[in-house]
Design a protein around this ligand. Structure first.
Ligand code: DO4
Ligand code: MG
Length: 284
């Protein structure tokens, strides 16, 4: 089952259920849910969705999808794949030992990535900072957590990163990672029960510039050095999430040192079991 947020042709925002090429708005109020995040907190989400009245279906290409977030914080894990460890160590000699140590440490790197207004969904623009010169998208399997820190679904995340700022000094990480339009989420949430096993969760990144593909690479979630459950349980230590949370689980794909994103680029991230998140890039 896939759940989304979208703008209906009448302009009103709704939560919806995606089936093939169609999306149907759900009447959340019939279940006393105020928002999609409340539905994601239900004890039995498929049963709750079955119970809700549904409106006439719309063709997906006729509606504007929105990021499937309401009030949740977006957190991110770092250096969970070997490729991320080596790329960060190349970026900064001074911080190399931090990345080396966190890759094998029990405690993961976790950081607050975005609040809802900084997030964009499928078909919307993501930004590179005006004061950054070396920027990359980071394609990440993203956990959808309820308020009990259970993994109820998965979506695609793009953890946009300014490598020159992060590489200059690790204390600049929040500025390299958190700014307006810094996070992509979507196109929707696939409930955990409908996801393939982790070893079949392939992750593909493609970047197009002026109609040509300038970068493409694939990995799979089973290349990750940690489990999803381990990351979720670290995030929930002494930390409460009354509205649930999104947790980006780290990137296994980092383009080489000679690559930087440019305004006008189109970034496509596909994850098996979810779909494709497409965003064009703007600067300033
Ligand atoms: O420590 C820097 C951030 C790492 C990160 O975002 C990742 O590995 O995905
Ligand atoms: Mg990342």
């Amino acid at each position: 089952m896939k759940l989304a947020k979208f703008k209906q042709p009448n302009g009103l925002v709704a939560a919806g259920i995606v089936d093939g090429d169609a999306i149907q708005a759900l009447d959340l109020s019939a279940g006393k849910f105020e928002a999609l995040s409340d539905l994601l907190d239900a004890k039995d989400i498929p049963a709750a969705v079955d119970y809700l009245p549904k409106r006439d279906p719309h063709s997906l290409d006729k509606v504007q999808l929105l990021p499937p977030i309401d009030r949740q914080e977006v957190w991110a894990a770092g250096v969970t794949y070997k490729r991320s460890q080596t790329a960060r160590m190349e970026e900064s000699e001074a911080a190399a030992s931090c990345y080396d140590r966190v890759y094998v440490a029990d405690r993961p790197e976790l950081f607050l990535k975005a609040t809802p207004h900084r997030v964009r969904g499928d078909g919307q623009e993501l930004r590179i900072r005006t004061d950054a010169t070396w920027n990359v998208p980071e394609p990440e399997v993203t956990l959808v957590l309820n308020s009990r820190m259970q993994i109820v679904g998965y979506t695609i995340g793009n953890d946009m990163s300014s490598r020159d700022i992060e590489g200059e000094n690790p204390l600049y990480l929040p500025q390299a990672k958190v700014y307006d339009q810094c996070a992509g989420l979507g196109p929707w949430i696939t409930l955990s029960t409908a996801m393939p096993p982790r070893e079949q969760m392939t992750i593909d990144l493609q970047i197009d510039r002026d109609g040509q593909t300038v970068f493409s690479q694939s990995t799979a979630a089973d290349q990750m050095a940690r489990s999803f459950e381990d990351l979720a349980s670290w995030l929930g230590r002494d930390n409460s999430f009354p509205n649930g949370a999104f947790l980006m689980t780290g990137t296994g794909i980092v383009p080489g040192t000679d690559f930087t994103l440019a305004a006008g680029d189109v970034v496509r991230i596909s994850i098996a079991g979810i779909g494709t998140l497409t965003n064009s890039i703007v600067q300033g």
